[in-house]
Design a protein around this ligand. Structure first.
Ligand SMILES: NC(=O)c1ccc[n+]([C@@H]2O[C@H](COP(=O)([O-])OP(=O)(O)OC[C@H]3O[C@@H](n4cnc5c(N)ncnc54)[C@H](O)[C@@H]3O)[C@@H](O)[C@H]2O)c1
Length: 437
């Protein structure tokens, strides 16, 4: 059997692990995937998808024969040599990354088991070095993951780059990982472990910085009568800047940016370095979500007793991931102001319902809009672009819309009688080309 046809081991089958397992199986490799949650393993073994992610269901169905899901670490260790660690690394109360799941995986490994530990989880720089210290002799490769939820399969199968960090002595393990990724065609970047760890954190921190930057520009645009859609377009055409992650809105969320930005800030702080820029990035992001309240108050006065609909709850479209979603902060802020909140999301309602106990969940966008004093578009799901907004206006007690993602056409909505508030653009109806933003 060639190196590439040996079973690939995956530890932790959440967003990253499940996509990794499915994609390696699609490339023809047998995969053994282990999670500690029996109900997750049972669902996946029955062919039931545990997350909403485009293309993933098809991939898992097509490759069901190649993937074994198990809770049994022994089974994994007996069958697979390359072990891709994809466990979660959530934030601790201090804002550092919580490495307890990573540590518990490492505790199950021994240096002489013939395995290669491939770290896909996002970990602070220095983690690889400390694992190598604890388990000398166990080959260690840092292979951070850059996929985006909502396009995770596509991102995995068509990577911009594959970063493979390794230190002296572990070159054979790194070569085996590189061989797995070779058919995908992305640039393979060999580097040392600490640099690989930093590439991941720095990439996320930079993207978050871009978002907070354009959000601050948006806030200034509102003051000076400029349109941030036009500004982003003009900036993005400069190839030194690029157009991605320059869309103003109500801030970033999700399971990665908030925790990774904080983890990098804390990592720097732990070494005695004050990463000032990231402190601002985090603060701007927090305040950006809250600006929605001011926009509503501008039209409604006090929100006490007002009924407000949230359209979209997931942290971004095409996922049901609610981790650090802007909707969570918004719902709490609106309720804090005395508003009654009703919400709808095309796929995240179940997860959201568990987290937003006191928010009424609607079965459709139109149902959510029934009789409300205002609506906030929180997540730019495609179905909101297709909504019958004339019907929506008729159903709302007051057709006031805060478009938190600059997703809808203000000219069209105003023509339907809406009071429309975007982010970083004039709230007065004006015939500008921004309509296509
Ligand atoms: N979600 C993303 O978009 C994304 C993208 C790039 C990188 N990452 C990083 O990848 C890692 C995983 O993220 P995720 O979103 O897939 O997390 P997740 O919470 O969706 O999944 C983690 C899984 O690991 C399992 N697990 C925990 N401890 C375990 C153990 N000891 N053995 C086996 N399984 C265990 C959990 O039960 C869970 O199913 C994180 O470090 C994250 O920062 C995530």
């Amino acid at each position: 059997m060639s190196e590439q046809r040996q079973p690939v081991g995956v530890i932790g089958v959440g967003w990253v692990g499940l996509v990794t397992a499915a994609c390696f199986a699609e490339l023809g490799h047998p995969v053994i995937a282990r999670d500690i949650l029996p109900e997750k393993v049972e669902s996946l073994s029955r062919g039931e998808l545990t997350i909403h992610e485009p293309e993933l269901g098809d991939l898992l169905r097509r490759n069901a024969e190649r993937i074994t899901f198990t809770t049994d670490m022994e089974e994994l260790l007996a069958g697979a040599r390359l072990l891709f660690v994809c466990v979660d690394t959530p934030p601790t109360y201090s804002g550092d990354a919580d490495l307890s799941r990573v540590r518990s995986v490492v505790a199950d490994l021994s240096p002489d088991g013939g395995h290669v530990l491939v770290m896909k989880s996002t970990v602070p720089a220095g983690t690889g070095e400390s694992i190598r210290r604890d388990l000398p002799g166990l080959p260690y490769v840092s292979c951070p993951e850059f996929l985006k939820e909502g396009s995770a399969v596509k991102d995995f199968m068509h990577p911009d780059r594959v970063v493979i960090g390794t230190d002296a002595g572990d070159e054979a393990g790194a070569a085996a990982v590189a061989a797995l990724y070779e058919p995908l065609g992305g640039e393979i970047l060999p580097t040392d472990v600490a640099s690989a760890e930093m590439i991941k954190l720095a990439s996320n921190a930079f993207l978050a910085t871009k978002i907070s930057f354009i959000n601050e520009i948006a806030n200034v645009c509102e003051e000076v009568g400029a349109d941030v859609g036009e500004v982003s377009r003009g900036m993005g055409l400069d190839e030194r800047i690029g157009s991605s992650f320059l869309r103003a809105g109500i801030g970033y969320g999700g399971s990665c940016f908030p925790k990774d930005v904080s983890a990098l800030k804390m990592l720097a702080g732990n070494t005695g370095y004050h990463f000032q820029l990231l402190t601002a990035v985090i603060e701007v992001n927090e305040l950006q979500k809250r600006r929605v309240v001011g926009k509503l108050e501008k039209h409604l006065g006090s929100l006490l007793g007002k009924r407000v609909a949230l359209l979209g709850l997931a942290f971004k479209p095409d996922t049901d991931d609610m981790r650090e979603a802007s909707s969570l902060v918004l719902a709490a802020r609106l309720q804090g102001e005395g508003a009654e909140v009703v919400a709808y999301d095309p796929v995240a309602s179940e997860r959201a319902g568990e987290m937003l106990g006191s928010v009424e969940m609607a079965d459709s966008a139109l149902e959510a809009l029934d009789g409300v004093d205002a609506a906030v578009l929180v997540t730019e799901w495609g179905e909101f672009a297709e909504l019958d907004w004339a019907e929506a206006a008729a159903r709302m007690a007051r057709p006031l819309l805060v478009d938190g993602r600059n997703f809808l056409d203000p000219v069209k909505l105003r023509a339907l009688g809406f009071e429309y508030e975007g982010i970083g653009k004039s709230s007065v109806d004006a015939p500008t080309p921004a309509a296509s933003d």
